[in-house]
Design a protein around this ligand. Structure first.
Ligand code: UDP
Length: 472
C-alpha cells in the first residue's frame, strides 16, 4: 500500500509558507521516509505572493520526490475585512470545499491535515472526512497560550482589555496584545477567539518553539491552565524550525552586506532589519539616522521605502530621499545602509554582529536566538507587539524600547539612542546577551538526538503514522 501522506495547508506569505514546508521536510526525515508530504496550495490573493509560493514549491518538489503539491482552483478573496485574523479565517473558509475535494481525492492513506494558526475553519472539512487535523503554530507558545485563553477571556472580561492574564506570563498590558485582541467590537476579534476555541478540537498542536525557551507558558498550556482546567490536545514543540542555508564560502557568491561585515571588528555591529514588509518613512528614517549617529556604534541598516500604491511589498529605499543630508558621508567608516532585502540569516550568523533591532516576526526571533543574538524589539503589526513583550519579560533576550503604537510605532531618536546603548554596551545588554547565548546552545541541543524538540518530533511522527486513514 502507498505510504501515508501528511497534508500541509499553508497560508500565503513566505513567513508562513517556508516554516510549514520545512516542518514537512523534517517529518519526512524523522519518519524514516514512512510518510510523504502533500502540500495543498490555495492560490494566493496577489500575483506577487502566488509567484513567491510557486517558486518555493517548485524548489521543494525538485529537491525531494516525497514532497508534492496539489493546487486547488482560485477563489477570489473577501472584499472587506476588519483585520488579518478575519481575512485569513474567512478566505480559508471559502477555500474549504476545494481543500476537502483535494484531500478526499488522495489515493494514499492520509495521516493528517496540518493547518496554519488562523485556519481552523478547515476543521469542518477534516471532521467530515474523518481525518486527524493538527494546528501548526508558526508563532510562539505564548501566542498559542493566548489563543487558547481567548475564549475564557471573552467570557470573563467586560469591555475592552486593560491587562490580560495569560497563565505562564506576567500580566500582558493591552498595548502589547496582538491586533486581533485590540478592539473587541471588530469582527476580527471574534475570529481570533473562534480559532482559539477550535484548537481544542485538533488532534494535536505543533509549535515552532523549543521547550527551553518558553518553559513556564508551555507548562501552563499543557496543564490546561489556559483552558480553564481542560487539557488541550497534545502539544509538540519541535522548533526552532528554520531553514538555514549552507554558508557560502566562495567570495564571489557572498552578499555585499556580508562582505562589508568582514571588514568590521568582531561583535561590534548593530543590525537593523524589520521583516519582509518593513519600511520607514522619511521622518522615521531621520530619527533612526540621528540615533545611530549619536550612539557612535557600527551598524548595518536595511532601509526600505513605502510600498507602491496598491501593493504590499516595500520598495527599494531611496536613500537620497529618506536620509538626512550628510548622514552617509559622516558614518561611512562605520555604517552600511542597505536599501533592499538582505540575507538576514547570513548576517545574524556573522561574528561582527553584536545586536539585532527587529520587528519581532517570530521567524526573526528564532533566527536571532539560533545565532545567539540579543534583540532590540521594534514591533509593527500582527502579534509582533506581543512577541516583543515576551522577548523582554519572559525570555529575557531583549532590551525594552518605548514604541508609540498609536502613532505608527514611531520611535524618537533619543529613545532609540538610549535603547541602542543599553543593548550594545550597558549592563542590561550584557544580561540579555548572556541569555541569548544560552538560548543558542539550548536551541541546538533541543534539535540534537535526544533533545526536547527531537523527541517531540519523534512522538509526532508516531502519532501521525498511527492515525492514517484512507479517504478515497
Ligand atoms: N528576511 C530576510 N531579509 C530581509 C527581511 C526578512 O531574509 O531583508 C527573512 C527573515 O530572515 C525571516 C523572514 O524573512 O526568515 C521574515 O519572517 P518573520 O516571521 O520574522 O517576519 P515577517 O516578514 O513574516 O513579518
Amino acid at each position: 500500500m502507498a505510504k501515508p501522506t501528511v497534508v500541509l495547508v499553508p497560508v500565503w506569505g513566505i513567513g508562513h509558507f517556508v516554516p510549514m514546508v520545512e516542518v514537512g521536510k523534517r517529518l519526512l526525515e524523522r519518519s524514516g521516509r514512512r510518510l510523504t508530504i502533500t502540500v495543498v496550495i490555495m492560490p494566493a490573493p496577489t500575483p506577487k505572493w502566488a509567484s513567491e509560493i510557486d517558486e518555493q514549491m517548485r524548489k521543494a518538489e525538485a529537491a525531494d520526490p516525497d514532497i508534492r503539491s496539489v493546487y486547488v482552483p482560485f477563489v477570489a478573496p473577501p472584499t472587506d475585512h476588519s483585520g488579518i485574523e478575519e481575512f485569513v479565517s474567512r478566505y480559508v473558509q471559502m477555500y474549504a470545499p476545494h481543500v476537502k475535494t483535494a484531500v478526499s481525492g488522495l489515493t494514499c492513506p492520509v495521516a493528517a491535515v496540518v493547518v496554519d494558526l488562523f485556519c481552523t475553519t478547515l476543521l469542518d472539512a477534516t471532521q467530515d472526512l474523518g481525518v486527524p487535523a493538527y494546528v501548526y503554530m508558526i508563532s510562539s507558545a505564548a501566542m498559542c497560550a493566548l489563543l487558547l485563553r481567548s475564549p475564557g477571556l471573552d467570557e470573563e472580561v467586560d469591555g475592552e482589555f486593560v491587562e490580560v492574564d495569560v497563565p505562564g506570563l506576567p500580566p500582558v498590558p493591552a498595548s502589547c496584545l496582538p491586533t486581533g485582541l485590540e478592539n473587541r467590537k471588530l469582527a476580527t476579534y471574534d475570529w481570533f477567539v473562534y480559532n482559539g476555541r477550535r484548537y481544542m478540537e485538533a488532534s494535536g498542536i505543533i509549535i515552532n518553539t523549543f521547550a527551553e525557551l518558553e518553559p513556564r507558558v508551555l507548562a501552563a498550556v499543557v496543564n490546561g491552565q489556559c483552558t480553564r482546567g481542560i487539557r488541550p490536545p497534545p502539544v509538540y514543540t519541535i522548533g526552532p524550525v528554520i531553514p538555514v542555508p549552507p554558508p557560502t564560502t566562495a567570495d564571489e557568491h557572498e552578499h555585499e552586506c556580508v562582505r562589508w561585515l568582514h571588514t568590521q571588528p568582531p561583535a561590534s555591529v548593530l543590525f537593523l532589519c524589520f521583516g519582509g514588509g518593513g519600511y520607514s518613512t522619511a521622518p522615521q528614517a531621520h530619527e533612526i539616522a540621528h540615533a545611530l549617529e549619536r550612539s557612535g556604534h557600527r551598524f548595518l541598516w536595511v532601509l526600505r521605502g513605502r510600498p507602491a500604491p496598491g501593493t504590499k511589498q516595500p520598495t527599494d529605499g531611496d536613500l537620497g530621499e529618506l536620509l538626512p543630508p550628510g548622514f552617509l558621508e559622516k558614518t561611512r567608516d562605520r555604517g552600511l545602509v542597505w536599501p533592499k532585502r538582505a540575507p538576514q540569516k547570513q548576517i545574524l550568523a556573522h561574528a561582527a554582529v553584536r545586536g539585532f533591532a527587529t520587528h519581532c516576526g517570530w521567524n526573526s526571533i528564532l533566527e536571532s536566538l539560533w545565532f545567539g543574538m540579543p534583540m532590540l524589539p521594534w514591533p509593527d503589526a500582527a502579534e509582533q507587539h506581543y512577541n516583543a513583550f515576551t522577548t523582554v519579560v519572559s525570555m529575557g533576550v531583549a532590551v525594552a524600547m518605548n514604541v508609540d503604537r498609536n502613532n505608527n510605532n514611531f520611535v524618537e531618536a533619543a529613545e532609540l539612542e538610549r535603547a541602542i546603548k543599553a543593548l550594545m554596551d550597558g549592563e542590561e545588554g550584557k544580561k540579555v546577551r548572556e541569555k541569548a547565548v544560552e538560548m543558542k546552545a539550548a536551541s541546538l541541543k533541543a534539535l540534537e538526538k535526544g533533545g526536547s524538540s527531537y523527541m517531540a518530533l519523534q512522538k509526532l511522527c508516531e502519532a501521525l503514522h498511527d492515525g492514517a486513514v484512507l479517504t478515497s
